[in-house]
Design a protein around this ligand. Structure first.
Ligand SMILES: [Zn+2]
Length: 286
């Protein structure tokens, strides 16, 4: 059997991997929840048994709306706020940018992203587009399965929780000057939990902007050049719900990062080599 040439494998990997990035954690009975919030619970209901191997299986389930990878609807903070089922689908899909603050957060668990960080990002990557989804990578998704590391307290008092967060001035800037649609984080909240205030939740949810929390794999995102998807089920009257968040990278349509530009210098000669090899194999066969 003819083996795959390494260069062919390289080119297949470069075109297949990284196109869709799954940004969601699994949601199960042991998934981290805010202390006191009900975990996901599934109770099996078998409706029809055909034989020992085949049966129609269904289940009922319950879960707090605000656990795991999820979206906050305006109702989460406002009694007359929009419910999840009334959020237009277009509000849940947006051109994405990823701001990497994992180095800073690793040195300070209560790091607050300052405005200077956004300016530095824009200087390097261009202006954040209007109506974007701005995703912050704190590196916290790697701690999601370790409750203590994720919230930095052993108590069940959520006011003791320490996490890195987004400063109010950054929230205001992204809202006022960039008119973003969605703010997303790989922590449990863009606002700190232990200050008794939540300026980003208050401002964004009052104006039908959306907040996405507990994202996974945010370090896999490029700084820009992807579309962020975060559509929830249209649960009637809900203040939030779990989502299957993901990104679709469209490398050819957006300005690319230095690393991606460097990769094109590798990929083009690789294509040429693959074509030459295939052609030479064809000639030998003939
Ligand atoms: Zn929430």
């Amino acid at each position: 059997m003819r083996s795959w040439h390494p260069s062919l494998l390289l080119i297949l990997m470069s075109t297949v991997s990284g196109r869709i990035i799954d940004l969601s954690h699994k949601h199960g009975p042991t998934t981290f929840m805010v202390p006191g919030f009900e975990h996901y619970n599934r109770t099996l209901v078998k409706t029809l048994i055909f034989n020992k191997d085949v049966a129609v299986e269904t289940a009922v389930y319950s879960s707090n709306e605000h656990g795991g990878t999820h979206m906050d609807a305006p109702l989460h903070f406002y009694k007359v706020g929009m419910t999840l089922d009334n959020i237009p689908l277009e509000n849940t899909i947006a051109e994405g940018v990823m701001i990497d603050v994992s180095d800073e957060a690793s040195k300070n668990i209560e790091y607050k992203v300052p405005l200077s960080k956004i300016h530095a990002w824009e200087k390097q990557n261009g202006e954040i587009p209007q109506k974007a989804a701005v995703i912050f990578n704190f590196g916290w998704h790697k701690k999601f399965h370790n409750k203590f590391e994720y919230i930095n307290t052993v108590t069940d008092d959520w006011r003791q929780i320490k996490i890195p967060s987004v400063s109010e001035e950054v929230g205001n800037f992204l809202y006022d000057s960039r008119d973003i649609k969605i703010i997303g984080v790989d922590t449990m909240s863009p606002d700190p939990m232990n200050t008794g205030s939540a300026p980003i939740h208050i401002k964004y949810l009052a104006n039908n902007k959306l907040i996405v929390e507990n994202l996974n794999a945010t370090d896999s995102l490029p700084p820009r050049g992807f579309r962020f998807h975060a559509a929830p089920v249209k649960y009637v009257g809900a203040s939030g719900a779990q989502i299957r968040a993901y990104a679709i990278v469209h490398e050819n349509q957006e300005p690319r990062t230095k690393n991606q530009e460097n990769r094109s210098w590798i990929i083009l000669p690789t294509w040429c080599l693959v074509i030459i090899l295939l052609f030479s194999h064809l000639v030998i066969l003939l």
